[in-house]
Design a protein around this ligand. Structure first.
Ligand code: 6PG
Length: 251
């Protein structure tokens, strides 16, 4: 079946978000490795996935040598910075895995420490070289991740696709440097064409501060420049909103 499948899964607490996310990611990895030999996944930054990465590293062996790991966005900082999304995943997932003797097949860091436009272009090339397209899908020739993990900010942004920023309208490039004037910063981010070509998009949302935006994104009038997460519609895939009760309290 072609088209977007949307699932909204509401769980009581942030701890439940972690448990269910771990289950969904593990299942997606097993299915992808079984069908295609690899699990091609993009990780998210922010604080919510931290516990999920820790749980994945401590859980069952997931055939890590078949994982190809990317990032859906990155801050323009060195990989050693406390703000680095790479560093967060390294500390919570990659280092614990290495400690127990496991290593993903491929870890492709989105380099926040160089020229942002060059880093975005290099990452786009790396994605195209590694992640095959599925011409039979409605996503055409775009690289098709097995899973893209995302969060959502209290302003409705996802990845580093902030309200009213230029990257929202991108239709050609897969990875761009996006200026976020309100944050006075530039971020590197996947664009919607790449995100929406994915087989599966998993959005983790927790906390009462996200409740107004989640309501607007899921149930409000369409205004995707103001609420960028409204653009999450995999053309031939599933988007799962995994939210805790506090975040869902106004929807
Ligand atoms: C980042 C993100 C961003 C994040 C949301 C939610 O680098 O910060 O990728 O899009 O996922 O802002 O962040 P929290 O999980 O911290 O609420």
């Amino acid at each position: 079946m072609r088209g977007t499948r949307q699932q909204i899964e509401v769980v009581p607490t942030p701890a439940d978000v972690t448990i269910v996310a771990q289950q969904l990611i593990s299942a997606a990895a097993n299915v992808s490795i079984g069908k295609r030999g690899f699990f091609r996944v993009a990780l998210a930054g922010g604080s919510t996935p931290r516990a999920v990465y820790t749980a994945l590293a401590a859980g069952e062996n997931l055939n890590w040598e078949r994982w190809q790991i990317f990032w859906s966005d990155e801050r323009c900082v060195p990989p050693t910075s406390p703000d680095s999304n790479y560093r967060m995943a390294k500390e919570t997932l990659l280092d614990p895995l290495a400690h127990r003797g496991d290593a993903p097949r491929m870890v492709v860091r989105l380099a926040g420490d160089g020229d942002p436009d060059a880093a975005a272009a290099a990452y786009e090339r790396a994605v195209r070289e590694t992640v095959p397209a599925n011409p039979a899908s409605g996503a055409g020739q775009l690289p098709r991740f097995d899973l893209i993990l995302l969060g959502m900010g209290a302003d409705g942004h996802t990845a580093s696709l902030f309200p009213h920023t230029t990257a929202l309208a991108e239709t050609e490039r897969l990875v761009v440097a996006n200026e976020a004037p309100k944050l006075n910063t530039t971020r590197l981010t996947f664009t919607f064409p790449l995100i929406n070509a994915s087989r599966r998009v998993l959005v983790l949302v927790g906390g009462a501060d996200k409740a107004p935006a989640l309501h607007k994104v899921l149930a409000g009038p369409r205004d995707p420049d103001l609420y960028p997460s409204q653009r999450l519609h995999p053309v031939d895939g599933t988007v799962t909103w995994l939210v805790d009760a506090a975040a869902h309290s106004q929807t």
